[in-house]
Design a protein around this ligand. Structure first.
Ligand code: SF4
Length: 474
């Protein structure tokens, strides 16, 4: 029984890709393990958004040289965005790596892993000096092809790869992600995604519906539709165009499915039809994640975000006016190339005005291969980035707390997601989320409520957490 281990970093796309990779490896006869040292196949599903994330992967690969000595037939692979972006560099910096596969070629994964295992096991029997033979050409590199070719491969990967769903491969049995589109056409200057994930492509609606129906039969009650710019979803066939709002109506009809979430939205394209769908469809979560990235027009122009701060403010007002009790979350990059104190203060004002539930704040990290790395100097000092990061976090925390305090004394409904604490008494602290994406924790005698929808009374609040009790009559 050959065992595999997958380590995942990065966004929800990667979490889903790892689930699908897990499913296809299990289908091919390999067995999952949570102990990396016991594995015969180790895969890193990687992220290229930050330099730090790539550095960590190189260190992890370096530490696995020893594993390759003890297990010469073992397969060490790198998949995900960094695999697409770094390709040959990975083999140069970590020559003991056997496999590098980008996100558009994941349908080749299990076949490639088995091919490598077969070759190496055979080789190992014949000649124990495996390393030398590997050097002489046994490694596999699925190289980046010209854009139009890659486009075709990406379409192929949708059809062949996405529908493999195995409940054992998921973080739990009642929540699942479903990819509705792949790639991005926006080309923000700081972002590596368009060059590693290719152009935007939307899946046919019927394929998505079929996949969700399969998931619901497996016990899933909440799905998250994912895409790099999910609100750009647009599928044309026979003169008919299906938009994300249309898809939400279709998905809402699936019996047994109870909550529908979708991420990540691009500010342009948050049209009224989408907001009305969120407002009118009870199953659709009342939460929108719409990254602004900056509150300064000059910075937004350098980032090539294609909207101004006032257009973003107008969008936020429209969302709050249209959808009762909606919550919004946001992403910001501080210390982008040339960001002045004044430009940063405009971001502070945007955060103060927009009253987000939470903001995810990142210090700018220059990435080789992006337009911003080519066009602008990464000239904001690290210490200044850190200060700006902390200022914004502090302001956002205060807003998050004020918002959460408004829930004290109210009753909310959550989907119970998991255990956060185990008490000595045997009781547990469980946690779940509301439709507006607020995290709620409460004590319970055991784990049996996980996966269920439950009404709770809120008695206290912190910036990221609401504290609740079960009603006396429950
Ligand atoms: S919208 Fe911009 S930041 Fe988001 S994935 Fe596309 S290029 Fe990257």
């Amino acid at each position: 029984m050959l065992k595999f281990y997958i380590e995942t970093v990065g966004c929800q796309m990667n979490v889903l890709d790892s689930e699908l990779a897990h499913s296809s490896l299990v289908q091919s006869g390999l067995v999952p393990t949570t102990n990396r040292n016991n594995a015969d196949v180790i895969l890193f599903n990687t992220c290229s958004v930050r330099q730090h994330a790539e550095d960590k992967i190189y260190s992890a690969l370096g530490r696995l040289k020893h594993w390759k000595v003890t297990k010469p037939y073992g397969v060490l692979g790198v998949i995900g965005c960094m695999a697409q972006k770094e390709q040959k560099i990975i083999f140069q910096r970590a020559p003991h790596v056997d496999l590098v596969l980008g996100p558009g070629q994941l349908e080749l994964l299990s076949e490639t892993v088995h091919q490598l295992l077969d070759e190496k096991l055979q080789q190992n029997r014949v000649d124990r000096e495996v390393d030398q033979k590997m050097e002489s050409g046994k490694k596999l590199l699925v190289s980046l092809k010209r854009q139009e070719h890659r486009h075709a491969e990406v379409v192929g990967s949708f059809r062949l790869f996405d529908p493999v769903r195995n409940p054992e491969a998921r973080y739990n049995r009642f929540q699942a992600m479903v990819r509705i589109m792949f790639g991005c056409d926006k080309f923000c200057t700081y972002c590596i995604v368009p060059s590693v994930r290719g152009p935007e492509q939307s899946r046919p609606p019927q394929e998505i519906i079929d996949e969700i129906q399969t998931l619901v039969r497996q016990g899933v009650v909440e799905i998250t539709l994912i895409g790099q710019t999910v609100n750009s979803y647009r599928y044309k066939t026979g003169g008919k165009t299906t938009l994300l709002s249309d898809l939400l109506y279709q998905v809402s009809k699936i019996e047994g499915l109870q909550r529908i979430c979708f991420v990540t939205n691009y500010p342009r394209g948050m049209d009224d039809d989408l907001l009305y769908a969120v407002r009118d469809l009870p199953k659709v979560a009342k939460h929108l994640h719409v990254p602004a990235q900056s509150g300064s027009d000059a910075v937004l122009r350098r980032m090539k975000r294609n909207y101004s701060a006032s257009e973003y403010r107008e969008l936020v007002s429209r969302i709050y006016a249209t959808i009762p009790n909606v919550s919004m979350t946001c992403d910001f990059i501080v210390g982008f190339c040339g960001e002045t104190d004044e430009e940063f203060l405009q971001t502070v004002e945007l955060v103060q005005d927009c009253r987000f539930k939470n903001s995810f704040i990142f210090k700018y990290s220059e990435r080789r291969g992006t337009k911003s790395a080519e066009l602008y100097a990464d000239d904001v000092q690290e210490s200044v980035k850190k200060i700006r990061n902390n200022i914004l976090l502090e302001i956002q925390d205060k807003i998050s707390l004020e918002q959460n305090q408004q829930f004290i004394g109210k009753t909310v409904e959550i989907l119970v997601e998991g255990t956060t604490k185990q008490f000595e008494t045997g009781d547990v602290q469980l946690s779940g989320r509301t439709s507006c994406d607020r995290i709620v924790v409460f004590d319970a005698p055991d784990n049996r409520l996980i996966g269920q929808f439950l009404k709770l009374n809120i008695y206290d609040a912190a910036p990221f957490t609401l504290f609740a009790k079960q009603p006396a009559d429950s």
